[in-house]
Write a protein that binds this ligand. Structure first.
Ligand code: ISL
Ligand code: CA
Length: 561
């Protein structure tokens, strides 16, 4: 497999609104990030992915962009941004920017023009349709509840918005839209950035005619997921190849596309090494492991077998074809430690066990801010404390549909996006040292214990374990490039796998539960002179690796030849 800097990197994701407030208005900002660059350098990450910092009315915290070539007032100025880029580059780190071009804000100048009249030159920048029998043009639902269409009086037509009604979808069929996007990308790349994370990039091509989702007789819900008509749509690869030819191929950069609902087979078409599209994609299969047929809010417990099957499938099917991205949480997901570990009794142990998984698979790991100190989910006692548009809309829709408040709040506690958006916990000072005033979203009350200051001071902290894992990836090519093979697949409590590169072998053993677990290494796995590279407990010298009694959430990584 071809060596690339982005395969050997560890990425750190920053959600600027919640990272660090420098001027006491309760909102994180660019100067706040700049003040923490040495912290990131200490951790050892190579790349920072910055969630959107562009001009935005913040209906969806920056994922609704009103000017792609300027900075949001609350975050600072373009001069602050230049200083951030320089600060990263000076420290040997790279910067990738979020690219949100499936949709813009309805406050973007293009949309202001587009809605004026049917013959406006910008009309076709967006997707407008007349109503059908006095209703929406089709029955697609928005990701954020309700219809995917919004009626606009000025021209008596509807516009498409797969997300909120303040996020109209851009019309990628229009060559002019594509040109605008490519020029804007070039403008940022010429400023020296090192790549893009592309928001819902596999939704940009819609099936012509925008057909309704077929429904059975007697179906009472008015809106349905229209994924068949826009997930991996008919022209998406043509667009990405064009983007690659016109823009990406001219720079030494990395790209990661957020790809809703993709299988490894779909992903190979985006990231195949001979495809000239993207470096890697974020898939959602693992993030769906604890959802029932009713979707995200239909919460059910995960089963280790499903986690193993999903990871194994992605590791093997993409192997030799394209590169994996690795993540266990982000700004849209609950905190990994609360979701897959145990955030009360085994905070440190399970945080480190999950970190071991993240860093020892084939692919590029993405750490989400706060993960490295073991930040956890929150439970605010009332919906009024939540800020996320997805949560607020879902709460309203489910109440109207007759669900109980208690059940709705419970789903929010498990899956709500604000779990991952509470302010970064820097210290035990008021407001976790995030701000000197009232933060835009309340801090997690556990900041008095879980914070960066404590993590740095404790040599045994989750933070120092992350730092070591990142170093190990730099010291051992096998961790980055080695092939993956599952080991002792039938073990219901332990996830183990082998990596192989040339004559080298790596063995990773992870106890996924809060009880001790037996692990027998199958005879066909050869081990000579095992060397423990890292583990989250003390390990005796004389132990027989062939037969282990693992402690709660114990993780071990052995190297042998
Ligand atoms: O968060 C989700 C899980 O339910 C998805 O619905 C999410 O909206 C989807 O993964 C797309 O996410 C991206 O695009 C959205 C934005 O709200 C998310 O923050 C972003 O990551 C619209 O731009
Ligand atoms: Ca601020």
């Amino acid at each position: 497999m071809e060596r690339k800097w982005w395969k050997e990197s560890v990425v750190y994701q920053i959600y600027p609104r919640s990272f660090k407030d420098s001027n006491g208005d309760g909102i994180g900002d660019l100067q706040g990030i700049i003040s923490k660059l040495d912290y990131l350098k200490t951790l050892g990450v190579n790349v920072v992915w910055l969630c959107p910092v562009y001009k935005s009315p913040n209906d969806d915290n920056g994922y609704d962009i009103s000017n792609y070539q300027d900075i949001m007032d609350e975050f600072g100025t373009i001069a602050d941004w230049e200083m951030l880029l320089q600060g990263l580059h000076d420290r040997g780190m790279k910067l990738i920017m979020d690219l949100v071009v499936n949709h813009s804000s309805d406050e973007h100048a293009w949309f202001a023009e587009s809605r004026k009249s049917k013959d406006n030159p910008y009309r076709d920048y967006y997707i407008w349709r007349p109503g059908s029998d006095g209703r929406e043009p089709n029955n697609w639902g928005s990701f954020f509840s309700g219809s995917a269409w919004q009626y606009d009086e000025a021209t008596d037509e509807y516009f498409l918005h797969l997300f909120s009604k303040k996020q109209p979808d851009l019309n990628w069929e229009n060559e002019k839209v594509r040109r605008e996007v490519y020029d804007m990308m070039t403008w940022w790349l010429d400023k020296g950035i090192d790549g893009f994370r592309m928001d819902v990039i596999n939704l940009i091509s819609k099936v012509p005619g925008l057909p309704s989702v077929p429904v059975e007789d007697g179906e009472s819900r008015p809106y349905h997921f229209g994924g068949d008509y826009f997930v991996n749509g008919p022209r998406v690869h043509e667009y990405l190849q064009e983007m690659n030819r016109e823009v990406l191929s001219k720079y030494d950069i990395m790209t990661v596309g957020e790809a809703v609902d993709v299988t490894p087979e779909d992903a190979a078409l985006y990231v195949g090494e001979d495809r000239d599209e993207l470096s890697m994609v974020f898939h959602f299969e693992l993030m769906g492991v604890d959802s029932g047929p009713g979707g995200k809010w239909d919460c059910k417990p995960w089963v280790l077998k499903d986690i193993k099957d999903i990871i194994t499938k992605w590791q093997t099917l993409l192997s030799g074809k394209g590169w994996n991205s690795l993540y266990l949480n982000n700004h849209d997901q609950p905190r990994m430690l609360s979701r897959f570990g145990n955030d009360t009794d085994y905070h440190k142990e399970s945080g480190k066990m999950l970190a071991t998984l993240l860093h020892t698979l084939q692919g590029t790991p993405y750490i989400y801010q706060g993960e490295e100190i073991g930040m956890t989910n929150v439970k605010f006692d009332s919906i009024s404390h939540y800020k996320d548009i997805e949560i607020i809309n879902m709460h309203k829709e489910y109440l109207e549909a007759g669900h109980k408040e208690e059940d709705i709040m419970n789903s929010i506690y498990i899956k709500g996006r604000d779990n991952g958006r509470t302010p970064m916990q820097w210290s035990s000072e008021p407001q976790a040292g995030f701000t000197t005033s009232t933060p835009w979203l309340a801090v997690n009350p556990n900041y008095t214990e879980i914070n960066v200051e404590n993590a740095l001071a404790d040599p045994d902290s989750i933070f120092h374990y992350y730092k070591r894992l990142i170093e190990l990836r730099k010291e051992h090519d096998i961790i980055v490039y080695g092939d993956y093979k599952i080991v002792a697949e039938e073990n219901e409590r332990v996830y183990a796998y082998q990596r192989a590169l040339g004559s080298e072998r790596l063995l990773v053993i992870l106890n996924f539960f809060g009880e001790s677990a037996s692990f027998e290494l199958p005879a066909e796995v050869g081990i000579s002179e095992p060397e423990l590279l890292i583990g989250n407990y003390d390990v005796g010298q004389a132990e027989d690796v062939r037969s282990l009694e693992l402690r709660p959430y114990e993780a071990r990584v052995y190297k042998f030849s």
